[in-house]
Write a protein that binds this ligand. Structure first.
Ligand SMILES: CC(=O)SCCNC(=O)CCNC(=O)[C@H](O)C(C)(C)COP(=O)(O)OP(=O)(O)OC[C@H]1O[C@@H](n2cnc3c(N)ncnc32)[C@H](O)[C@@H]1OP(=O)(O)O
Ligand SMILES: O=C([O-])CC(=O)C(=O)O
Length: 450
């Protein structure tokens, strides 16, 4: 028997021992009033902090009762839908909204110019970093490749462990600047070494916005249209921030509260974001849509689509997990405002790229899936498409490879993580340390067994 077979046999055998000891009956959660996933029976998160950075509305009070309502998202007091609509049609907003989230105020024209120039100047990696770090042990998993790069960048920082606010601002701005390079170059390395394709490394252009640089560095001919960059800019703005409780931001706050450094906090957040129930959902949506296309013949046949979605929900199709990806949210009830804003741009892009057939399929799933999920699951607050239902479709229309979908989320969300790291350091000064009720039984130590 080979070494690998032995490992497999061992893990198979011990799987049962693990599950035997690690399953805790539902009744004990009830008995001790423990909220699984830090959420109550209605899905509301346990209150664990206060924040000034953003707010999510998903319910409103009506005659003393909490009623589900259309979702609203606020960045530093401004409605995100308004922010997106007020960005001049001929320019980009990511940099200005990053300034708003980090420092709490919208920048003046001069501050916005200075800030964009600062980010542009920061788009530089240490000498030979691309060759010595990014290209070594390339991976299809660009989130992992980026995380490795982030942790390696720490070795180049003489002030690594200082949590002095000005130092943390510097570290965060530097990471925000280089994230697009870590992602795109990580993809090029994978594309070359693992897929045998040509490799090209384009340097960022200081005169371009984050969204434009991303597309320019990704494409062999460096070309993109204004509409493509504009839609990507909107996608970035919509993914930048989502309160303190989302899994990756909470991770940032937990790691920050222990006094750890910026690179470690951001690397931990990356590890959280890639999960398929969080930022990794955008990849899952695309894989699921490909699977649906392979099994549904007529995209206008609601009955046929419904039947296949029911199979996915029953765990009998796609990845057998029983989830329709891109649907549902821990906080939103009737709608996710980001999905609504995004949809307008998606429709424009689908027309420009002649993808109306696909748009029809998305539209039908968007209506059918919430009804089916509500029928099959215990949903207390309603279920609706989330921001990532359309993001993969948009990135596909922009010819962005699927491996970069979650990294694009990270390129945006690092701004929110940074704002929360700063808020945690400035205002909290207390290590986050919740309690676990132990249900372990004490045992007599048998003689002569150790
Ligand atoms: C940027 C983002 O992170 S947005 C979220 C991206 N994630 C996805 O799209 C993955 C698919 N969606 C999901 O897995 C979930 O909706 C989550 C993880 C986002 C939220 O989950 P929860 O907070 O548990 O949602 P909620 O309390 O409304 O769920 C109630 C029940 O409906 C189920 N449910 C919720 N969404 C879905 C879905 N899309 N497909 C199938 N079942 C679902 C839940 O699993 C839960 O069932 P359970 O009690 O048997 O476990
Ligand atoms: O808030 C959440 O739990 C998930 C989410 O939508 C986000 O992080 O953008």
């Amino acid at each position: 028997m080979g070494y690998n077979d032995k490992w497999e046999l061992f893990s198979e055998k011990y799987k049962n021992l693990c599950t035997g000891h690690d399953v805790i009956p539902d009744s004990l959660f009830k008995e001790y009033g423990v909220n699984r996933g830090l959420r109550d029976i209605n899905g509301n998160g346990v209150l664990t902090g206060l924040t000034n950075i953003s707010r999510i509305d998903s319910f409103r009070m009506e005659n003393g009762q909490k009623e589900p309502c259309d979702g609203k998202l606020w960045y530093r007091g401004y409605n995100v839908t308004d922010l997106v609509q007020h960005i001049p049609k001929d320019s980009f907003g990511f940099e200005k909204i990053a300034y708003l989230l980090l420092f709490g105020e919208l920048p003046s024209a001069e501050e916005a110019k200075d800030f964009s120039e600062l980010l542009a100047a920061g788009r530089e990696l240490p000498t030979n970093f691309t060759r010595d770090v990014i290209m070594k042990a390339s991976s299809k998993d660009i989130m992992n490749s980026m995380t490795r790069s982030i942790l390696t960048l720490a070795s180049y920082d003489d002030n690594l462990n200082s949590t002095e606010i000005s130092n943390v601002i510097l570290q965060c701005l530097n990471l925000i600047s280089v994230f697009p390079m870590l992602a795109v170059y990580g993809y090029h390395a994978y594309n070359h070494y693992d897929r045998n394709e040509s490799m090209y490394i384009h340097r960022p252009d200081p005169n371009l916005s984050t969204a434009e640089n991303l597309l320019m560095m990704l494409r062999p001919d460096k070309k993109y249209t204004f509409l493509e960059a504009k839609v990507l800019d909107v996608a970035l703005i919509l993914h930048m921030e989502h309160g303190g409780g989302n899994n990756s931001t909470f991770t940032t706050r937990v790691v920050t509260s222990s006094g750890s450094d910026t690179y470690s906090a951001i690397a931990a957040a990356m590890s959280s974001l890639k999960g398929p129930k969080h930022g990794g959902a955008n990849i899952k949506v695309m894989e699921m849509m490909d699977d649906i296309r392979n099994h549904v013949r007529d995209y206008s046949d609601k009955e046929e689509i419904s039947q296949y979605l029911s199979k996915i929900l029953a765990g009998e199709a796609f990845d057998n997990k029983g989830l329709i990806y891109g649907m549902g949210h821990a906080v939103y009830s009737l709608s996710d405002p980001r999905e609504r804003v995004f949809k307008g741009f998606v429709e424009q892009l689908a027309k420009a790229k002649h993808r109306e057939e696909d748009m029809l399929l998305y539209n039908n799933i968007e209506t059918l899936a919430p009804e089916l999920i509500a029928e099959k699951r215990k949903i207390y607050k309603g279920v609706s498409p989330n921001v990532d239902f359309y993001s993969g479709f948009v990135y596909d229309m922009l010819d962005i490879p699927v491996e970069l979908y979650t990294p694009i989320f990270a390129i945006a969300r690092i701004v929110g993580w940074s704002a929360h790291r700063l808020e945690e350091i400035v205002g909290m000064n207390k290590i986050i340390r919740p309690a676990y009720k132990s249900v372990m039984q004490e045992r007599e130590l048998p003689c002569d067994t150790l």
